[in-house]
Design a protein around this ligand. Sequence first.
Ligand code: 0A1
Ligand code: ZN
Length: 871
Amino acid sequence: MRTETPPLIRLEEYRPSDYLIDRVDLDIRLDPHATRIDATLTLRPNPAGVPAAPLTLDGDDLRLVSAELDGAPLAPDVYAATPSGFILRDPPPRPFALRLVTEVDPTANTKLMGLYRSNGVYCTQCEADGFRRITYFLDRPDVLAVYTTRIEADRTEAPVLLGNGNPVEAGDAGPGRHYALWHDPHPKPAYLFALVGGRLGKVETPFTTMEGRTVSCAVYVEPGKEDRAGYALDAVIRSMAWDETAFGRAYDLDVFNVVAVSDFNMGAMENKGLNIFNDKYVLASPETATDGDYAAIEAIIAHEYFHNWSGNRVTCRDWFQLCLKEGLTVFRDQEFSSDMRSRPVHRIAEVRSLRARQFPEDAGPLRHPVRPRAYAEINNFYTATVYDKGAEIVRMLRTLIGPEAFRAGMDRYFADNDGRAATVEDFLAAFAAVTGRDLDAFARWYERPGTPRLAVTAAYDPAAARYTLQLAQSLPGTADSDETPLVIPVALGLVGATGPLTGATCPDVRDGVYVLDRPESAIVFDAVAEEPVPSLLRDFSAPVKLDLGLTDAQRMLLLAQDSDPFNRWQAAQDVALRLILDPDADRTEAFAAALGRFLDGEALADPAFAALVLALPSEGEAADAVPAEVDPDAIHRGRSDLRTRLGQVLRPRLEAIDAALVPDAGVPYSPDAASAGRRSLRNAALDLIAAGDPRTGAARAAERLAEATNMTDRLAALGTLALIPGETREVALAEFATRYADEPLVLDKWFAIQAQIPEPGTLDRIARLQEHPAFTMTNPNRVRALIGSFAFGNPTQFARPDGSGFARVADTVAALDSTNPQVAARLLTAFGSWRRLEKSRGAKAVEMLNGIKAIPGLSRDTADILARTLG
Ligand code: 0A1
Ligand code: ZN
């Protein structure tokens, strides 16, 4: 049997539902193997739908126990029920109540969609289409209902019972049983439904909204881990306050609950009033979490909370509009994090992540528009393009219209669409309404896949004191950008030998931004007293690739003199990237000297920024800059040779940084941005010292491991040591495993570090680690830590010429596909770059992909990624 290409669902085929559901009354009796869901749906024909159409409800792996219409049992000949659907042939042409009882086995649910158990805790995941695994339903985001949920369970097994909305009552339900009743007054689509039942500890605190509502906020975790939930709770409170000030959005229920579970397919989920989280993004203590973990917890707590308005109060009409809630909410969480931390440092981190994940996606077989036009499996569209490029579009919109008009447009969007399922057009209409602008050309960003290129040439006429920049945009892989160009905000400035040029004038540049809305254009500056270096796309004002043939010397001038921190960092990255791809001894020396001057001047003034300047472009980013026939080994060599030389030349400075940033004894760990910045620079210095002199590096890293008082420093030292083969490394790894034997989330870091070691022995190491008692294929975090880190973070070993690296990942995909297709499919996306690899490696990748294709009964998730990857 061959896997068929799954059928496509198309945006242009959208039509409203024939029926609407106004109310949902659920009575759910939790049981490990036979949970009963008694659902009463209050339905009515949709005036916008087909009159008298049969009622077709979605189902997935369901068993119907009984069915009633308006209180009377349904005769067998008027309906049909299968595991995947329920059809009522002649529904009444008026409002009616359909009562359906289904039964599911949460313990057997390995897909982690619908109702399942994680470490014995009952929990749910319904986005995108998991509610249909609980009861038959119109499982589409444009069907909004008011839910009342009664949850009943064994008191010992599930003392805590949580639902959406507000708690109404709770009490006894017979011997050993109890119940809780929850009511959510806000109409919502089924994908936002959630329940939790289990033994859980909690931390809680009240928050009073600007409207005067007292909200009880709580974070629930595994009992005994309450002391690791405080940071997440604090982030909830800060998110609530920030959304009020930044966007005028207040919370709208009496309780806000966050629950951490250990088995979760994604990061977290914004269910109304009951956010469910991968515990990795909740639990934090200095001993178990790094600065990066704290920052991620803060960002994801904020992201899910912000969805309460951008996603829940205003939801999506259909899944093609996913970016409407995701791109916008990522933009909002990025703004929040920027306000909580250093804005320039955060912007650089955002762009690094965009380039690492979204640019390759946009350049490969899985590329798609931010608003896709067709999909086979929606769960495969929770992508970097929808999320991160989607956020960049919102950011560009703000740059184009300015912050005040942007805020007015957001207010208008929320006001016009509250309680509705909206589209991208509705979003843009709000901004068009408040600005009077036509945003049709701007809207092309949602439709065009691929990363645009912006080619720039410069000419200086000293006699006329005139400086001209010629700009040309193009979209690789498409022919039509000439006729319908994108609207690209280009933030820019000119930099002279001693700093930004202030006297230059150009009427087309407003507030430092030029708007390129034609295929080609010229920007003319007058009163330019000296030949400047252009600083373009400041703060990364558009998600494009810039072709600007600056010399290393010009770039180093930007590093030294530009007023835009992003472009200072970018300039150093550009020099480093060229040296990785095209090594050159003289230019390396000049670069090292420039970095040295930079470090002398300001490393200690802004350590977080300095650490980013020292972090060279990743091997993946370097590969992305190679047009074809990528050789990961050559890139790896280029990058490590550059690091070695920089480590040697900069050694005295790095030692000085190391000494200056020794943490004060007795000062307790704090995850704040300034302290984290000092740790990141000191650890970056150690890493570069080790690159220049591995013997000293290994000894120093081992010392650092011994004296570390927090996970950030400990893991950084282990990461440095992991790149230096030898006894010291192996001893350190073994000690780390012993120390954290009971800490699965910490062992994930240990798995990940080892999976990324760029050595031939790594495959055997992974085979051994798969046998480690802490490893299991049923937990997505474990799989991602070990196999995911290998596939996405070890380019030389994943793409080994003999194909053994690909085989390891392909085998995992094959093993996982029947139990957890979502995680399997996501892992498979690592093969997305095969076409750009050097030919023989590419051929090996295709061999593996064809091997997976031959597996009978492959899931739709995996079959979809496979079909698109093979193209
Ligand atoms: N809406 C969530 C992402 C999410 C999507 C699908 C899931 O199913 C497994 C889970 C979570 C977010 O943006 O955070
Ligand atoms: Zn989201």
